[in-house]
Design a binder for this molecule. Structure first.
Ligand code: E4P
Length: 218
């Protein structure tokens, strides 16, 4: 399973990249706003900067919600860097735009997926990725991981090449569940990725190894 980091924060992207296991980055308008990045020029510069740090796909989301404007905005985003993936919301004009981008060879990530039917439409339109939002479904007492499982099964059954990019990951446990569900990618906060390292037996085992080494080497 590939790991993307879900942030527009350059320090966190660098830190995750330095671990050597980062495969890409996802951003969204809220994450860009959180970093105080405003205006098209600044956003574009930021996306290019992210692409210079990470060797992998970087999702950049369109703000437009009508077909013509999405095409214009997405085409401009795709020209910023070969690793840019145009992120498009799962609405009717978004599905049409994904079809257009797919025919032009521009890669897409269909975002705000909350049902298998939405994922099917995006895949049929030729999306490179679909992003089911795990945490936001859990927030409303639904089952985000179950949605990931259903989409993975559907894509396998029908042979879609669209990759399942589990998004809205909130915890290390979510990442483990995404692996079990067969997601192609999980986009995660840095803390959740680092959480995978934690195990008390690793800590106590290392302490014992070092103590035993010290006993005979001091
Ligand atoms: C990434 O592609 C999504 O926009 C993001 O994971 C949403 O996460 P949130 O539900 O924590 O805002």
């Amino acid at each position: 399973m590939k790991f993307f980091i879900d942030t527009a924060n350059l320090d966190q992207i660098r830190e995750a990249n330095e671990l050597g296991v980062l495969d890409g980055v996802t951003t969204n308008p809220s994450l860009m706003a959180k970093e105080g990045i405003k205006g098209v020029e600044n956003c574009n510069r930021h996306y290019v900067e992210i692409c210079s740090i990470v060797k992998g796909d970087v999702s950049a989301e369109v703000i437009a919600t009508d077909y013509e404007s999405m095409i214009k905005e997405g085409t401009a985003l795709a020209t910023l860097h070969p690793n840019i993936v145009v992120k498009v919301p799962c609405i009717a004009d978004g599905i049409k735009a994904i079809k257009y981008f797919s025919e032009k060879g521009i890669r897409t990530n269909c975002t705000l997926i909350f049902s298998p039917g939405q994922a099917l439409l995006a895949a049929k339109a030729g999306a490179t990725y679909v992003s089911p939002f795990v945490g936001r479904l859990d927030d409303i007492a639904s089952d985000g991981i179950e949605l990931v499982e259903k989409i993975v099964d559907m894509f396998n059954y029908y042979g879609f090449e669209t990759q399942v990019l589990a998004a809205s990951i909130r915890s290390t446990q979510h990442i483990i569940q995404c692996i079990e569900a067969g997601a192609d990618v999980a986009t995660c906060p840095l803390s959740a990725i680092k959480g995978l390292l934690n195990h008390p037996l690793t800590d106590s085992g290392l302490q014992k190894f070092l103590a035993d080494h010290k006993k005979v080497n001091s």
